[in-house]
Design a protein around this ligand. Structure first.
Ligand code: 4AD
Ligand code: MG
Length: 478
C-alpha cells in the first residue's frame, strides 16, 4: 500500500502506531551492531525525527552508505519516544537511500560552524538548524506583511525592476545594458543604440511608481527587490535587498507613523505566535554565544523578551531638532566617544547615534521626524519653516533605521522648485509630476527594509545571515 508522505512538523498530530512515510536529510547517524539511529530533518521544523533501525532487519551494507547529508525515504511505524523533546520516533520498516553524500567531502558537520564559514557554503547552509530557523522566520514575516496589508484593504502592485529614474537621488545605481561592453571603445558608449534607447538601472525603490498607484487606488504597497551600488561593507547593508513600500492617499505624516508602528507590531506578534520553536532555538543559541562575551556586549534581554517589548510599548516620537539636542548633549558626544561628532544642526545621524537614542536614551523604538531638507530626497514635503521636511525614520534597537518614509510633496510648484534646487530632471519625471497636475492630494508612504526587520526578529548580527544569497561588494556567488 502506498503511504502518503508526512512532513515532520505534522507528526505530533498523528496517532501512535500509524504507518507513515517521511523523507528528508540525515543530520546524524549512529551505527551499531544491534540498533542504529538516524536523526532525519526535512526543513519543515527545527525538530528532527529519530529513526530507529533494528539491524536484524536491515542490510548493514546499505546502512553503511548512509551518512550525514544523505537524503532518505523511510517507511515505518510511529512509536512513543522516551527521548526528551520528542513525542515519537519512527521504527523503520524500509529505507530508500535517495541521494548519497560523501562524508569526506560534505562541508557541514554536526558541530558548530561559524556564520562566516557557512556564508561560503550558502547553497548548503539551510541544512543547518540556525539557518533553517532564519529562513522559516523570513517566510513567516513575508506572509504576515501580505496578510496585514490584505486585511487593511491595500492593493499589492508590482513596480518595475528596470527603470530610468533614480528615486532616491543618491546615484547608487546598477546600470543595465545589452550593449557589448567587452567590445566598446573607451568613452564610446552610445545609449541610443542600447536596448531601451537610453540609460536604465536596477531600481533603488519602487516608491515613485507606487505613488501613481496610490493616487488611483488609495492604498497600495509594493514589495520587491531593490538594488543599491553603495560601497558600504557593513553589517546592515546589502547590494540587493527586499523592501516593502506602502503608499497611501489622504494620509499625512502622523497617519504614516501610525501605520508603520501598527505594521511592525502586527508582524512581530505574528512571529511570536507562529514561530515559537524557531525563536526559542535562536534565543538559546544567542544566550550560549553570549556566555563568552563581557556583560557590556551582551543583550540586555533575551530575544523573545526583546520582541515582546516592541509590542507592549508605544514608540517614542521626536522631531529631528529634539533628537539632535539629545545627542549633542549626550555623554558619549561630550567625551568624544562617537566616531562622528554631533555638533552642527543639519548633520545626518549615523548608526551609532540612532542606537544611542533607542538603546540608551529612550530604551524604546523611536520615530524621528522633520529632518533637515538638505539630507533628504526631493519628493519629501517641505515644512513651513522651509528648513525641514515631513520625513520620518523608525529606529529600532540593534539595527538602527528599519523604516524610512515621508509625507510627499503634493504641491506641483513646490515640488518643481525642489527638483530644480536638487538638479532632478523634470522632463524625465514628467509622468510623476502629472499626478500633481491631475487631482493631486495629500499622500504619504514609507519603506521597510525586510532584512533589517529579520535581523531584529532573529537577533542575527550580520544582515548577510538573514538572506539566502547575500550580495555585497565583491561577493556575488551562487
Ligand atoms: O530610507 P530608504 O532609502 O527609503 C526609500 O527608499 C524610500 N523611497 C522608501 C519610501 O518612502 N517608500 O530605504 C528604506 C529602508 C531603510 O530604512 C532600510 O531599512 C532599508 O530600506 N535599506 C537597506 N537595507 C539593506 N541594505 C541596504 N543597502 C539598505 N538601504 C536601505
Ligand atoms: Mg533612509
Amino acid at each position: 500500500m502506498k503511504k502518503e508522505r508526512i512532513k515532520i512538523i505534522s507528526i505530533g498530530n498523528i496517532k501512535e502506531e500509524s504507518q507513515i512515510q517521511v523523507m528528508g536529510w540525515v543530520r546524524t547517524i549512529r551505527k551499531s551492531k544491534n540498533v542504529s539511529f538516524i536523526s532525519l530533518n526535512d526543513g519543515s521544523t527545527i525538530n528532527s525525527l529519530q529513526i530507529v533501525l533494528d539491524m536484524k532487519v536491515f542490510d548493514e551494507k546499505i546502512i553503511d552508505k548512509i551518512n550525514t547529508g544523505s537524503s532518505l525515504s523511510v517507511n515505518g511505524k510511529l512509536v512513543n519516544s522516551t527521548g526528551k523533546n520528542q513525542k515519537y520516533e519512527l521504527q523503520a520498516e524500509s529505507i530508500e537511500l535517495l541521494g548519497e553524500s560523501d562524508p569526506e567531502l560534505y562541508p557541514i558537520q554536526p558541530k558548530k560552524h561559524t556564520f562566516e564559514f557557512l556564508r561560503e557554503v550558502a547553497h548548503l547552509r539551510p541544512r543547518t538548524n540556525t539557518f533553517s530557523c532564519i529562513f522559516r522566520i523570513r517566510h513567516a514575516c513575508i506572509f504576515a506583511i501580505h496578510k496585514f496589508f490584505n486585511e487593511k484593504g491595500f492593493i499589492n502592485i508590482h513596480t518595475p525592476i528596470i527603470t530610468s529614474s533614480d528615486a532616491e537621488g543618491a546615484g547608487e545605481m546598477f546600470r543595465v545594458t545589452s550593449l557589448d561592453l567587452d567590445n566598446i571603445k573607451k568613452n564610446k558608449l552610445d545609449y541610443t543604440q542600447d536596448f531601451f534607447s537610453k540609460p536604465v538601472n536596477l531600481t533603488v525603490s519602487g516608491q515613485l511608481n507606487a505613488e501613481l498607484g496610490a493616487l488611483a487606488l488609495s492604498e497600495v504597497y509594493t514589495f520587491g527587490p531593490t538594488f543599491r551600488a553603495e560601497n558600504s561593507n557593513t553589517s546592515k547593508h546589502l547590494a540587493e535587498f527586499w523592501m516593502i513600500e506602502p503608499e497611501m492617499a489622504f494620509y499625512d505624516i502622523d497617519d504614516n507613523m501610525d501605520l508603520a508602528e501598527e505594521m511592525l507590531k502586527y508582524i512581530i506578534s505574528y512571529i511570536l505566535k507562529n514561530c515559537s520553536s524557531d525563536l526559542s532555538f535562536l534565543e538559546n543559541l544567542e544566550l550560549n554565544d553570549e556566555k563568552q562575551l563581557p556583560q557590556v556586549k551582551r543583550n540586555e534581554f533575551p530575544l523573545i523578551q526583546r520582541l515582546e517589548k516592541i509590542i507592549d510599548n508605544d514608540f517614542i516620537r521626536v522631531k529631528y531638532d529634539e533628537a539632535f539636542q539629545i545627542l549633542r548633549n549626550s555623554k558619549p558626544n561630550k567625551k568624544g566617544k562617537f566616531n562622528f561628532k554631533v555638533d552642527e544642526w543639519g548633520i545626518d545621524f549615523q548608526s551609532e547615534h540612532e542606537r544611542y537614542l533607542v538603546e540608551k536614551h529612550f530604551k524604546n523604538p523611536v520615530i524621528v521626524s522633520d529632518y533637515p531638507k538638505q539630507i533628504k530626497a526631493f519628493y519629501m514635503r517641505s515644512n513651513r519653516d522651509n528648513k525641514t521636511v515631513a520625513a520620518m525614520d523608525v529606529l529600532f534597537p540593534s539595527v538602527g533605521e528599519i523604516i524610512g518614509g515621508s509625507q510627499r510633496e503634493e504641491r506641483l510648484m513646490m515640488l518643481e522648485k525642489r527638483m530644480e534646487e536638487m538638479n532632478v530632471s523634470k522632463s524625465e519625471l514628467s509622468w510623476y509630476l502629472d499626478t500633481r497636475r491631475f487631482g493631486t492630494v495629500k499622500h504619504s508612504g514609507f519603506g521597510l527594509g525586510l532584512e533589517r526587520l529579520i535581523q531584529f526578529v532573529t537577533g542575527m548580527k550580520n544582515i548577510r545571515d538573514v538572506i539566502p544569497f547575500p550580495r555585497t561588494p565583491g561577493n556575488c556567488s551562487y
